[in-house]
Design a protein around this ligand. Structure first.
Ligand code: FE2
Ligand code: FE2
Length: 244
């Protein structure tokens, strides 16, 4: 018999101290201290990653790397805090600066795990932080292409498998969590309406899956199953305010 969700939770609880320590460090970064929305976003993204990673049948170490990557993926926003906290829609140049943040997050994560950076979990978490906005070269944006990460062929294959999980978790949380002025303005421009309650999670999951599939049409992502999983595990996720 395979590992059940309860078993998986037990494994995660065994590693609870490690994940909680990473969370505490993430909260203590300048981004976490000065921007509570980003701190909350990172914690919740990390938990959604664990649920989706379990559903995808990931090995425990890979799921922990995903949880750690989810926790640290936005730590690099320190360099653009004044822009994201201004409450104003960013200019084209400011958006370019914001889009540099995955590279900064990768650098922060590598520094954090400097003494153990060659180990699987720190290494994978750093790569995930660097690639969390895109797996391929996206010409219209300034996000770093996957080829610039310095990953091995084997790591690239893993990133192509688990990167989309972080991308979906990141987007679903950002769309259903507390709003950010620059993001909200963009979403209204895109005509997306996020409704209250579970409908909002379905809207967000559908939108996130569509966006991620746009990077790779062969990805097998089922938007309604993603939404169901998040709702089913809402107690574990402590996501009661997810759609608020
Ligand atoms: Fe980000
Ligand atoms: Fe994020």
């Amino acid at each position: 018999m395979g590992i059940t969700f309860a078993d998986n939770l037990e494994i995660i609880h065994t590693n609870e101290f490690f994940i909680a320590s990473v969370q505490a460090i993430s909260d203590m970064t300048a981004t976490g201290r000065l921007n509570s929305e980003t701190a909350e976003h990172s914690d919740k993204t990390s938990r959604i990653c664990q649920v989706l990673g379990y559903a995808a049948g990931l090995e425990t170490d890979t799921n922990i790397a995903l949880a750690v990557g989810g926790e640290l993926h936005d730590t690099g926003k320190e360099h653009c805090l004044s822009i994201i906290s201004s409450g104003q829609l960013p200019t084209a140049e400011e958006r370019m600066v914001i889009e540099e943040h995955p590279k900064e997050s990768k650098g922060f994560t590598e520094k954090l795990f400097a003494s153990s950076r060659a180990l699987f979990i720190p290494r994978t978490a750093s790569l995930l932080a660097g690639v969390h906005h895109g797996l391929h070269k996206i010409k219209a944006h300034n996000y770093p292409p996957i080829e610039t990460l310095g990953a091995s062929r084997r790591e690239l294959a893993l990133l192509k498998k688990i990167g989309p999980i972080l991308m979906v978790a990141d987007k679903v949380q950002a769309l259903t969590g507390r709003g950010r002025s620059y993001r909200e303005a963009r979403l209204i421009g895109e005509g997306l309406v996020i409704r209250e309650g579970n409908d909002g999670i379905y809207d967000a999951a559908e939108y996130a899956c569509e966006q991620v599939i746009a990077f790779d049409p062969h990805l097998n992502l089922d938007a309604s199953r993603v939404a169901e999983l998040i709702i089913e595990q809402s107690e574990f996720l402590e996501q009661n305010s997810l759609a608020a």
